[in-house]
Design a protein around this ligand. Structure first.
Ligand code: SF4
Length: 434
């Protein structure tokens, strides 16, 4: 198999592996962890997310997932009102009543998440205890778990980490007697999950599960015979629970683009003893399709300078993809948190000397961005409009979380997310273009 782009990065040695990061601890602008519900509720078919929060939380959920007005939604907000905040009502009783009503109206629910928020945290509502109490009451039909999506504790992709950590902690315990099996960890769009499942099966890997599973009852057991492969780079807490159960991580870059997807699949194939020839025969067609799909975008983006503000923790894998596979030049790669072990393979593939920043001091970072005057800025919604007004071309980072971008057949779509803003700006003569 011809790997032209990988050649380019390995020539440079260990890329950014040993490079220090610029650490900033100032004001930052990101969504809270409740946002993860927008994609998680679509993933687990018979789950329901009950946010225990304020009207602000309800508004966030409604506007972030507005399309759900057409369907029976799989999330809602139990509002904590002034009486609760003033301690005038027994909030546990009220929560029990809300859950009772919900489960009576929705007998399809088998897994209920109580999701903490800023208000529930401020009044120190013990959702763990509430989840245990409600689980016992509604056993065995409904399992009740809890996690926090509060903006005090979490940025938006950390909501997924907290949710998956709750699922992993609740999963059945595997034992030494189990057969070795693979768990792919991280929510992927169904179309992507199905593609990966087919590729693993064609390599003879049949003991493969995904977390989260599509149905609550199908969550995989986790134990010493579990090898796990992260599909998302923001799952530090979930990974810790896997490790505590004796499961072992398969180190790999993340499955973005032709190169990232091949390296991710290869890491799993090596761990399960798949022969090289079989691996190549299974992946070659997808690899070629991905290369062809990204070629036109590569021509448009080659040499363009890109600046990543910290938002989703996907920034490093994305930066690796745009530099290695699209030929873009990295001005600064910001991330809210840098997990060096989970991102080791991505760091090694970044061009050495790239400015990496962790955390945020938004004004200082804006100054650096203005001084560098990049061709494309990847940032949150709050920064995009002001930067567009100043003449910068931007892309909303949240789109990169909501769009299926992993795997061979999504490589072209992923590349298009970077080329489209530049293309539009050229065509409409400099008007804002997200
Ligand atoms: Fe706002 Fe906090 Fe609710 Fe998120 S959890 S919507 S930050 S109040």
């Amino acid at each position: 198999m011809n790997l032209p782009f990988r050649q380019a990065s390995t020539d440079k040695g260990r890329g950014c592996s040993d490079q220090p990061t610029l650490k900033e601890r100032g004001q930052h602008e990101v969504f809270c962890g409740l946002t993860g519900i927008v994609w998680l509720h679509r993933k687990i078919e018979n789950a329901f997310f009950l946010v225990v929060g304020s009207r602000t939380c309800a508004h966030l959920m409604q506007s972030a997932a507005g399309v759900m007005i057409f369907a029976e939604p799989r999330f809602a907000t139990a509002i904590i009102d002034e009486r609760d905040l003033a301690g005038l009502a027994d909030i546990d009783d009220e929560l029990d009543r809300v859950v009772e009503k919900l489960l009576t109206r929705r007998p399809d629910i088998e897994l209920l998440f109580l999701v903490g928020s800023c208000p529930s945290e401020v009044i120190k509502l013990d959702l763990k205890r509430a989840a245990q109490r409600l689980s016992q009451r509604h056993m065995p039909k409904v399992r009740v778990l809890n996690y926090s999506g509060s903006g005090i504790e979490t940025t938006f992709t950390q909501g997924e980490d907290a949710c998956l950590a709750a699922l992993a902690a609740d999963a059945a315990r595997g034992s030494e007697q189990d057969e070795e099996h693979l768990v792919v960890v991280g929510a992927l769009a169904d179309v992507v999950e199905d593609q990966f499942r087919r590729l693993f099966a064609a390599m003879g890997m049949t003991r493969v599960a995904f977390l989260p599973a599509k149905r609550a009852a199908d969550m995989p057991a986790i134990g010493p015979k579990t090898r796990y492969l992260l599909a998302q780079p923001f799952l530090g807490d979930t990974a810790r629970i896997f490790e505590d159960r004796g499961a072992r991580r398969i180190p790999a870059p993340f499955p973005l683009g032709a190169e990232g997807t091949t390296a991710w699949l290869k890491a799993a194939a090596n761990a399960f003893g798949v022969a090289d020839e079989l691996f190549v025969s299974v992946t070659e067609a997808g690899y070629r399709r991905a290369l062809i799909a990204t070629t036109a975008h590569r021509e448009a983006l080659q040499g363009k300078r890109i600046f990543f503000f910290p938002d989703s923790q996907l920034e490093l894998p994305l930066a690796r993809f745009v530099s290695e596979e699209l030929g873009m030049r990295l001005v600064e790669v910001g991330t809210p948190y840098l997990h060096r072990a989970h991102l080791a393979d991505e760091l090694a593939r970044l061009p050495s000397g790239t400015l990496l920043s962790e955390g945020q001091d938004v004004d200082r970072q804006l100054d650096r961005c203005r001084a560098e005057d990049p061709d494309l800025v990847i940032c949150g919604l709050g920064l995009a409009n002001p930067l567009e007004a100043e003449g910068f071309t931007t892309k909303w980072s949240i789109e990169l979380v909501f769009t299926p971008i992993q795997g061979y057949d999504q490589a072209g779509d992923l590349a298009r997310l970077f080329s489209r803003p530049l293309d539009r700006r050229t065509r409409i003569g400099g008007l804002p273009c997200n």
